[in-house]
Design a protein around this ligand. Structure first.
Ligand code: HEC
Length: 189
C-alpha cells in the first residue's frame, strides 16, 4: 500500500513538472497576456491611445485630423462582425492595412515583439460586446481557421515574418556626398 502511494506521488510530480515546462504559445490569450496587453495599450510609449483613445472608442486626439483626411479610427468597444478574429487584429498592427499605408508608422508596429502584439490583439479584441448566440458558431469557425495559419507560422519560427520590411532595414538612399555634383562649400575656419 505504502509503495503505491509513492508511485502515485511520483506520477503527480512528473505530471506537474511536465505541465510546468510546456510553455503556453505566445499567440494564446492568458490572464497574464490580457493584463499585459492592457498595460501596453495604456502606456504612452506605445502611442495607441493617441488615435484609438483612452476609452478605446477611436476618439483619441489624433483621430479627428485623420477623419478629416478620410481615415476613420475604429473603436474596440463596438460590436464586431462574426468573421473578425484576434488574428486580424494582430495582422493590422504588424503589417498595417491598406488604409494605414500613408501613416508615418504604416501602422506596422514591428518594433514590439510578437508576444507584445499578441497581448494587445487579444486584449483589444476582448473589449467588444459579446456576440449574439446565433453568430457564435460562425465566430468559432473563423477563429479555428485563422489559428491554423498562426500555428503553422510559429511551428518553425519565433517570429511571424509577414514580409513587411521595417524602415531601418530597407535599402538606404545614397548619402548626399556620394551623389554626383555634390560640391560643399569649404568649411569656414
Ligand atoms: C496614427 C493613428 C493610429 C495609431 C497611433 C494606432 N492606430 Fe490602430 N488603427 C488606426 C486606424 C486608422 C485603423 C483602421 C485601419 C483600417 O481602416 O484599415 C487602425 C486599426 C487598428 C486595428 C484593427 C481594428 C479593426 O477593427 O480592424 C487594431 C487592432 C489596432 N489598430 C491596434 C493598434 C495598436 C495596438 C496601436 C498601438 C501600438 C495602434 N493601433 C496605434 C490608427 C492608429
Amino acid at each position: 500500500m505504502q509503495s503505491n502511494k509513492y508511485i502515485i506521488s511520483a506520477i503527480l510530480l512528473a505530471a506537474t513538472v511536465a505541465c510546468g515546462t510546456e510553455p503556453t504559445p505566445i499567440y494564446e490569450a492568458t490572464p497574464d497576456s490580457l493584463y499585459k496587453g492592457s498595460m501596453y495599450y495604456a502606456s504612452s510609449e506605445y502611442n495607441c491611445k493617441s488615435c484609438h483613445g483612452t476609452a478605446w472608442d477611436g476618439n483619441g486626439p489624433e483621430a479627428k485630423a485623420l477623419k478629416e483626411q478620410g481615415l476613420e479610427v475604429p473603436s474596440f468597444v463596438d460590436a464586431t462582425a462574426p468573421e473578425v478574429t484576434p488574428v486580424d487584429y494582430f495582422k493590422a498592427m504588424t503589417i498595417g492595412t491598406d488604409n494605414t499605408r500613408d501613416l508615418p508608422s504604416g501602422h506596422a508596429y514591428q518594433s514590439h515583439t510578437d508576444r507584445g502584439r499578441w497581448a494587445m490583439a487579444h486584449y483589444l479584441y476582448s473589449l467588444a460586446p459579446p456576440l449574439a448566440a446565433k453568430d457564435r458558431a460562425k465566430r468559432q469557425e473563423a477563429i479555428h481557421k485563422a489559428m491554423q495559419e498562426v500555428e503553422q507560422a510559429y511551428a518553425s519560427s519565433r517570429r511571424w515574418n509577414m514580409g513587411y520590411t521595417p524602415l531601418k532595414e530597407r535599402p538606404q538612399a545614397p548619402r548626399l556626398e556620394e551623389m554626383s555634383g555634390y560640391n560643399p562649400a569649404p568649411a569656414e575656419e
